[in-house]
Design a protein around this ligand. Structure first.
Ligand SMILES: [Zn+2]
Length: 431
């Protein structure tokens, strides 16, 4: 899907201006955009059915949310019911989420959506003090062709696989000589340790972290090792960057221009302070309008930021608390190495899953079967993928079919629970 740089720039300039407006102005923009996207959402088969069955029409009132909360499973079970019927199918394309909570989801976009995502990427780069000529190396599971601006030579990005052995990964980073690195915090300490052992360590301008919770200790160890600043972002494949760190404080500004982000309490009502589940309404994807979509993470509202931006602030996002796996060799593997239901690689017969690491050398694959369940070939395929994610170390794998995957006390569905990692954390806390 090509994007027009003029449209990207237009959206970027709009975003940049709006993030510095006063609270009231931002809220009135949000109200307008919320009404527009819910008008579009009413065309969807899902909402037509839902509103017909309750016999009343949804309120447009932003305070009350108006539309009901949208569970992720509703979209996953019948994604076609969420596609805007007024846009010709040939103008749409599909992206798939990483299934970071153990449940994958297809998201449909059109060109405008794609351009706005690029614009968000540009604003994020600016807030992270990334120069347009800087080379960013991303360490992730899959190469992502997404670059914030489709002009050659600008916002260059290279990809390194999370499946590379750590010392090889480090050599590749060194060879590419990036200005910035993008990675998951659980990998950072290992790479920082390798870096610290060198006579002439690698220096970077910045490190961008996301996907997992970033502790103050991990942040400090990366910053010290690479002599750079660490910036944190909160993004999802469904929506792109939802919130990112203020250049002046280690807290996350919500992208209020592109989304209505709500924190929902246990009774399903939005709250203005405290902790709850995140619901996201995307203003710019008219191809697949998702309204009050429960993204599966939890967050805590924070006090206003002193930087002058009018956008709201989150103190923390607790959803990304997936553990990492601790291998028998002591190496840490990010939960992202274990995205087993990824687009194009889906294993038939699994609806949801969770990996529980009992010991360094024992993983239990707990799953909720779908259709005819997991076949022998599916099992063999899973063994192969998990073994690769464990860097082929000697780790035993047991399967366990279940009726459901229990949620944590926090309400979060976790894909990876590692008892060795929890023990390590307890040890850290006792230090
Ligand atoms: Zn700020």
């Amino acid at each position: 899907m090509g994007s027009n740089p003029i449209n990207v720039l237009r959206d970027y300039l709009g975003l940049r201006r709006e993030h510095w407006l006063g609270r009231e102005q931002i809220e009135s923009i949000q109200q307008r955009r919320y009404e527009a996207i819910t008008d579009t959402a009413r065309l969807l088969p899902y909402y037509r059915r839902r509103f017909e069955s309750c016999g009343d029409s949804p309120s447009k009132d932003l305070e009350m949310g108006g539309f009901p909360i949208l569970p992720k499973d509703d979209v996953r079970m019948s994604p076609n019911d969420f596609i805007n019927p007024s846009i010709p199918r040939k103008k749409l394309f599909e992206m798939q989420t990483s299934g970071s909570t153990g449940t994958p989801l297809g998201v449909v976009c059109d060109q405008q959506t794609f351009e706005h995502r690029h614009a968000i990427g540009l604003l994020l780069a600016q807030d992270f003090r990334r120069s347009p000529r800087d080379l960013l190396v991303e360490i992730s599971r899959k190469s992502d062709s997404f670059a914030p601006f489709a002009v050659p030579g600008l916002f260059r990005k290279k990809h390194l696989s999370i499946f590379l052995e750590e010392s090889e990964l480090f050599r590749s980073v060194r060879r590419l000589g990036p200005d910035s690195l993008g990675w998951y915090p659980s990998m950072a300490q290992t790479l920082a340790r390798i870096n610290d052992s060198l006579g002439r360590p690698v220096r970077l301008k910045s490190v961008f972290c996301g996907g997992e919770a970033l502790s103050a200790r991990v942040r400090a160890s990366i910053e010290e090792s690479f002599s750079c600043r660490v910036y944190e972002q909160y993004a999802s494949v469904e929506f792109s960057a939802l919130a990112w760190e203020c250049p002046e404080e280690h807290r996350l500004h919500v992208n209020d221009s592109s989304f209505l982000i709500e924190v929902i309490d246990g009774r399903g009502k939005p709250i203005k302070s405290g902790t709850g589940d995140l619901a996201v309404t995307c203003f710019f994807n008219r191809a697949m309008p998702l309204v009050r979509y429960m993204i599966g993470d939890r967050a805590k509202w924070g006090r206003e930021c002193s930087c002058g931006r009018g956008t709201r602030v989150l103190d923390s996002i607790s959803g990304r608390s997936d553990d990492f796996i601790v291998l028998p060799s002591g190496k840490h593997r990010s939960a992202f190495a274990f995205n087993l239901l990824y687009y194009g690689e889906k294993i038939e017969g699994i609806w949801k899953y969770q990996i529980v690491q009992e010991r360094e050398d024992l993983l239990v694959f707990r799953y909720v079967p779908e259709g005819r369940g997991l076949s022998g070939a599916g099992c063999a395929d899973l063994r192969k993928r998990i073994s690769k994610a464990c860097l082929y170390e000697n780790v035993k794998l047991e399967f366990e079919a279940a009726d459901s995957i229990p949620r944590e006390k926090s309400g979060k569905l976790r894909k990876i629970i590692s008892k060795p990692a929890q023990r390590l954390r307890t040890g850290d806390a006792a230090e």
